[in-house]
Design a protein around this ligand. Structure first.
Ligand SMILES: O=P(O)(O)OC[C@H]1O[C@H](OP(=O)(O)OP(=O)(O)O)[C@H](O)[C@@H]1O
Ligand SMILES: O=c1cc[nH]c(=O)[nH]1
Ligand SMILES: [Mg+2]
Length: 212
């Protein structure tokens, strides 16, 4: 998996506030939204465009516009919803599909409880948004699902990633031949015995939406 850690002082600043256990939920939501827009700028570097010519008030100018079919953005519920608006702000013509997944906190295995995606993703560029890549079980299952439906490539935007999760993705998709990219604000040290990212930011879903 091609991994890009966005190295920028504004990203580092916002991430530091997100990590702080004293940051309240409204601030956490706002900063997650701001951060994803900064990550999305890098994550869309490979978005497909077609050449066009427009008439400026002065002369013809060569340019580009987003190619069709437009990209598909897939938030992984629940925490990924906190990154959806920031993503569609940058890609307003994108379609949105939904994957509901939850990690069983005893086994750390991902379970899928909802899918609302186009049946045929042939040729589509897909952007998966989920704040946390921990063991990698959730993202691997999501990417497998998207490839089964024909996705052309998948770019994951995660606020934080663990080395174990990146290694898991590399192992699962070794030799798959399909482009998979990760854009993240930081790769942290490790996972703890409960599968939480260290130092991390805690449970992203709970910090966005409360403990349910
Ligand atoms: O890499 P993994 O070990 O699979 O863990 C990462 C997953 O855990 C979190 O979701 P969670 O299962 O807590 O669901 P939630 O969004 O409803 O809180 C996170 O948003 C990822 O989806
Ligand atoms: O640190 C972690 C790991 C998985 N899910 C989270 O929300 N946080
Ligand atoms: Mg959670």
């Amino acid at each position: 998996m091609e991994t890009l850690v966005v190295d920028h002082p504004l990203v580092a600043h916002k991430l530091t506030v997100l990590r702080n256990a004293e940051t309240d939920s409204p601030t956490f939501r706002r900063l997650a939204d701001e951060l994803v827009t900064l990550l999305a700028y890098e994550a869309t570097r490979h978005v497909r465009v077609t050449d066009v010519t427009v008439e400026t008030p002065v002369a013809p100018a060569s340019g580009v516009r987003l190619a069709q079919p437009y990209p598909l953005v897939v938030p992984i519920l629940r925490a990924g919803l906190g990154m959806l608006d920031g993503m569609t702000r940058l890609l307003p013509t994108a379609e949105v599909g939904f994957l509901g997944m939850i990690r069983n906190e005893s086994t750390l295995k991902a379970e899928t409880y909802a899918t609302r995606l186009p049946d045929d993703l042939s040729g589509r560029q897909v952007y998966v948004v989920d704040p946390m890549l921990a063991t990698g079980g959730t993202l691997a299952a999501a990417v497998e699902f998207l490839f089964e439906r024909g996705a052309y490539d998948v770019t994951a935007l995660c606020l934080l990633a663990a080395p174990e999760g990146i290694a898991h993705m590399d192992q699962v998709f070794a030799g798959s031949g399909r482009p998979i990219r990760l854009v993240t604000a930081a790769v942290d040290e490790r996972l703890n015995e409960n599968g939480y990212i260290v130092p991390g930011l805690g449970d992203a879903g709970d910090r966005l939406y409360g403990v349910v």
